[in-house]
Write a protein that binds this ligand. Structure first.
Ligand code: FES
Ligand SMILES: [Fe+2]
Length: 458
């Protein structure tokens, strides 16, 4: 059994190394289910997937399947997708609309607020003695909506979602807002892409949090030119970007340093599709005016533990659902502006799928890396080695304008992977929320390694 003390040996943040057991060991995996997926805030879906009363969408929280519903009176709820009678998978569709979920096994039925509604033979078989109020579906106790995105935690004592997200919200806004800067304008295109890959789930969040060095493995896609204007993979500015992260929260991403909305100039994009190019040109001009003076945080990132997103090219969310120490179920959500013309949505849909998802050219490269790294790390001798995360170690600096944020001052750094793994270790140790949210100090805790100010003693 993995103990708290074992966890401390697994992740060495000041030294920048991590035991491969973190990524391949079955006992580590079992402990993650308890200490991470039963406690952390997890991304469940988006309001646009359940817009009408009695809409539902079946999602996951770690290994647990969950039904996300909008009740008849418009509330959002989430329940374990497992009948309280004998555990049957209650809802066998991915999404839809219904007033009751009827279990396929013995036909107990549940309303969209999770209450047990009907029991066959309630009078003659149960003599009206079954207390239906006690046998509703297991409810996700902590549920919260941020700018249309829906999050849940199995821990009733989880801190408010906004505290958990912290400053990372500014990054997330980029994916969830309208392109022209109005808040909360995303729509999930119908059809979440789902597939399984034989890799450990942690390869995905620690990749999207800021692994820029791996773009060497996307060389073939760069050469094919799937970008919106027919060149490279994307039409985008890359100079001046850095990695940013929150060592106290475990989130991070890549973005542009110190850019204000009015200063940021996006290169012309979607040149092959004039209507789409014009849509983005106009939206960006409006954004510059609407958000003048604000930071420009374009980029991609990861919210601990397993939700990652890209803000635009492609504008997607990916969730890495663990299904075993060596297998992951990935769910890709594609986002567009809710009020974009159909022509724009259609071009984006096709571009996004050529980039991401199981048939996306770029995603395939990542999946190959993650599955081969899992396989080559789990054999008897391989699993005894450690991974190296020393790129940029000790060169991170506080990012003065954003509380709690540190940045690497360069795009290539493994700062963010270490930030994520530091958080992973804190959860795996079984820390209280007071400790996890840094409301109390932990004796002996080593701060995240930062650069020494010039002139300071080493
Ligand atoms: S398992 Fe659902 S009604 Fe029996
Ligand atoms: Fe990649």
């Amino acid at each position: 059994m993995i103990t708290k003390e074992d966890v401390r040996d697994l992740v060495d943040v000041p030294g920048g190394t991590v035991s491969r057991k973190v990524f391949v060991d079955e006992e580590v995996y079992a402990r993650e289910q308890e200490h991470i997926f039963r406690r952390a805030w997890l991304f469940l879906g988006h309001e646009s997937q359940i817009p009408a009363p009695n809409d539902y969408y079946v999602t996951r929280m770690g290994e647990d399947e969950v039904i996300l519903t909008r009740t008849g009176d418009g509330r959002i709820c989430a329940f374990l997708n497992s009948c309280t009678h004998r555990g049957m998978k209650l809802c066998r569709y991915d999404q839809g609309n219904t007033r009751v979920f009827t279990c396929p096994y013995h036909a107990w039925s549940f309303a969209t607020d999770g209450c047990l509604h009907g029991v066959p033979g309630f009078a003659e078989r149960y003599h009206e003695q079954l207390d239906k109020s006690q046998w509703g579906l297991a409810r996700v106790p902590s549920l919260s909506v941020y700018a249309g995105s829906i999050w849940g935690s199995w821990d009733p004592d989880a801190p408010p979602l906004e505290d958990y997200l912290g400053g990372m919200r500014m990054w997330l806004d980029f994916a969830l807002d309208y392109r022209d800067g109005r808040p909360n304008g995303a729509l999930v295109l119908a059809g979440v892409q789902k597939w399984r890959t034989r890799c450990n789930w942690k390869f995905a969040p620690t990749n999207f949090i800021g692994d820029v060095a791996h773009v060497v493995s996307h060389r073939s896609v760069d050469m094919v030119g799937i970008g919106p204007s027919g060149q490279g993979r994307r039409d985008r500015k890359v100079e001046g970007a850095s990695v940013f992260g929150w060592p106290d929260l475990g989130h991070g991403g890549t973005g542009w340093v110190g850019a204000r909305e009015e200063d940021y100039v996006q290169p012309p994009s979607f040149g092959q599709f004039p209507a789409v190019a014009e849509y983005f040109r106009k939206a960006r001009a409006e954004r510059r005016e609407r958000r003048r003076g604000e930071f420009h945080f374009q980029g991609k990132g990861t919210i601990f533990p397993n939700m990652s997103f890209h803000e635009e090219q492609p504008r997607t969310v990916i969730v890495a659902h663990p299904v075993g120490a060596h297998e992951t179920e990935f769910w890709r959500y594609y986002l567009v502006d809710r009020d974009a013309p159909d022509e724009v949505k259609d071009v984006l849909r096709r571009y996004f799928m050529s980039y991401s998802g199981p048939a996306g050219l770029t995603e395939q490269d990542d999946l190959e890396n993650w599955s081969a790294a899992t396989t080559a790390s789990r054999s008897p001798v391989a699993r005894l080695q450690r991974f190296n995360y020393q790129m940029g170690l000790g060169h991170s600096m506080p990012y003065a304008d954003v509380p709690g944020c540190v940045w690497a001052g360069q795009l290539h750094s493994e700062q963010n992977q270490l930030i994520w793994l530091k958080r992973w270790a804190e959860f795996m140790e079984g820390r209280s929320w007071d400790e996890l949210m840094h409301r109390v100090a932990i004796p002996g805790d080593v701060p995240f390694p930062l650069a020494q100010p010039v002139g300071a003693p080493a």
